[in-house]
Design a protein around this ligand. Sequence first.
Ligand SMILES: *Cc1c(COP(=O)(O)O)cnc(C)c1O
Length: 342
Amino acid sequence: MRGYTYGEQPSDRSIVKLNTNENPFPPSPKIRETLVNLDLEELRRYPDATSSVLREHIAARFGLTSGQVLITNGGDEAIRLVATACLTRNDVMVSSEPGYSLYPVIANVLNARWLPMELGHDFRPDAEAARRCIGQRARLVCMPNPNAPSGVLLTAQEVDAFAARFRGPLLIDEAYVDFIEPALKHDLVPLLARHRNLLLLRTFSKGYSLAGARVGYLLGEESFIEELATKVRDSYNVNCISQIVALAAFGDQEHARKTWEVVRLERQRVSDVLRERGFNVPDSQANFVLPQRCDKASLGDTYERLRDSKILVRYFKTTRLYDRLRVTIGTRTQNDAFLKAL
Ligand SMILES: *Cc1c(COP(=O)(O)O)cnc(C)c1O
């Protein structure tokens, strides 16, 4: 099997880093206070095994019970927990393609089979592809929404219809949910009451500028969450420092919201400039864009030359993505540096 290729994390801080979809703004300043006041006794002891305080805060915000929330060591652990619970040898996992390339790696290491649900040119699953997947008796379907790497958003109605037709576990990976335009009033949480097979994945890595702290969570049906929590998860899957850091960040919605607003404005600006220059840019609701050369020539050399000028973006050398770059939305200064170098 092939391993997962993660985005480069260069030590050179002068590099304009637009390659791994981090939030370009620092996390809430309230976190510093929490860390300075950390009682070292917390480190001597094992952490709160179920991250109960954070879990209750998250449940309260979404009008759920704390039994419907599972805190994980980053969103990636949530994917692995769900896959471990659902898949055994030769079982089928289906996920959007293009999509998040970690899904097939997790399926393969479990000796499960991975099948792509091919997305159309507009990065939406066409009805035929969706029907084929459901017909494959998939044991688990994973869909990033907004889609990665395009940023294209499926509406709540589309997810609702899919969850009703595919009765098996459906993991909607909402890693980028915070960057969705509020005017769209997109909210999948109410669907949890209608579909026992639905799981929503969230993370503090993107929206709350905490990729380094490794905290994510799952929202789902209570008995499903309990199975994951008691049988699949490591007992102490989230360390005490990450729990308090995430709690402080979650408590400071105002700070996080401000960063999302700037990212949205910059996303629009960068998309507009790229379109004026003749790139095709799918409408992104995430904190990245995926411009495509209109003549469909490769952008491999462009990626390399941007890299030489210390601008790091992501390039996927696949038949679907070779003529595109995935560019994280940075600060205005970073975006300008990218556009100028491009
Ligand atoms: C970033 C990301 C995640 C989760 O990342 P963590 O840092 O592990 O929380 C999950 N899915 C997608 C599509 C992502 O881009």
